[in-house]
Design a protein. Structure first.
Length: 256
C-alpha cells in the first residue's frame, strides 16, 4: 500500500528546474534510498515533501492528505519527520532538551496552563521528560542527557537528531545523508540502527545517501535522480547495473 504518492512534481528557481516531473510511489514499511550525483535535486525533493519549498507544479499525497500548500509544522503534525544534511541540533541546549522539543505536537496543556504554571503544566512536563528519557535509553544516549548537544561526538549528534525526529512519532522518516562525515565503524552502527528503527517503529523511511554500501545493504528500493529527473527505480541489484545510473555517476564511457 502506497503511503506517499508523487505526481508530476516539479520545482523551478527562475529558469532552473531543480526537480522535473517526478512520479513516485513509496510503499508503507519500505526503506527507500534516494541517490544521485551532487546537484541532482535530492535535498530539494526533501524540502518539497516537508513544506520548506512549495512545488511549482505537481502533487504530493501522503496517505489521504494533499501536502502541497501546508506549512512545515502541519506536515510534521501529520506524521512526516526529517533530519538534515548539516546537523541542526540546538547545540547550546542539553541532549534531553533537544528531544523534549521533538514532543511539541503531543503536548496536551494549553497557553493558560503554561503561563500560570498550573498543575496540568507540571504533570505534562513530567510526562514528556519521562518519555524523552525512555527514548534516549533505546538509543544509548540516556547517560549523556545533561550534556550540551555540541559536546557530543559527531556520530552521537547524528543519532540524537534521529531521536529528536522520532520524538514527533512520525510514520514517514526522511534521513538526509545520515552517514555524512562518519567513519566506517560509525556507518556500520548506523546501518544496524536504521534496521532496528524500521523493525521497532514500523516506519517508512526515505534516505538520501552517497555511501553506496549502506544504500545497497539496507534499502528495499532505490530511486535515482539526475539533473532533477528520475532516471531509474527498482531493487538495489537492478539499479546497480542500470546503464543510465552508471553514466550519471561515472560518465558516458563507463556505461558503454
Amino acid at each position: 500500500m502506497a503511503v506517499l504518492t508523487i505526481d508530476n512534481l516539479s520545482k523551478s528557481f527562475g529558469g532552473i528546474k531543480a526537480v522535473s516531473n517526478i512520479n513516485m510511489m513509496i510503499d508503507k514499511g519500505d526503506v527507500v534510498g534516494l541517490i544521485g550525483p551532487n546537484g541532482a535535486g535530492k535535498t530539494t525533493f526533501f524540502n518539497l515533501l516537508t513544506g520548506m519549498y512549495t512545488p511549482t507544479s505537481g502533487k504530493i499525497s501522503f496517505e489521504d492528505l494533499h501536502l502541497n500548500n501546508l506549512k512545515p509544522y502541519k506536515i510534521t503534525d501529520y506524521g512526516i519527520a526529517r533530519t538534515f544534511q548539516n546537523i541542526r541540533l540546538f547545540k547550546n541546549m542539553t541532549v534531553i532538551e533537544n528531544v523534549t522539543l521533538g514532543f511539541h505536537k503531543n503536548i496536551k496543556y494549553g497557553l493558560l496552563a503554561s503561563f500560570f504554571k498550573l498543575p496540568s503544566f507540571y504533570k505534562e512536563e513530567k510526562r514528556v521528560y519521562s518519555e524523552a528519557l525512555e527514548l534516549l535509553k533505546k538509543f544509548n544516549l540516556d547517560h549523556k542527557k545533561d550534556e550540551l548537544a555540541k559536546n557530543l561526538p559527531y556520530g552521537e549528534q547524528r543519532r540524537l537528531e534521529i531521536v529528536r525526529a522520532l520524538a514527533s512519532n512520525p510514520s514517514l522518516l526522511l534521513l538526509d545523508e545520515p552517514a555524512a562525515g562518519m567513519n566506517p565503524n560509525e556507518t556500520r552502527e548506523l546501518m544496524e540502527l536504521i534496521r532496528w528503527i524500521k523493525k521497532n517503529y514500523e516506519l517508512t523511511i526515505i534516505l538520501i545517501e552517497h555511501d553506496m554500501s549502506l544504500v545497497m545493504n539496507i534499502c528495499d528500493k532505490i530511486s535515482v535522480l539526475d539533473y532533477g529527473t528520475l532516471i531509474a527505480e527498482g531493487k538495489p541489484e537492478v539499479v546497480r547495473n542500470n546503464p543510465r545510473v552508471i553514466e550519471a555517476y561515472l560518465g558516458r564511457n563507463a556505461a558503454c
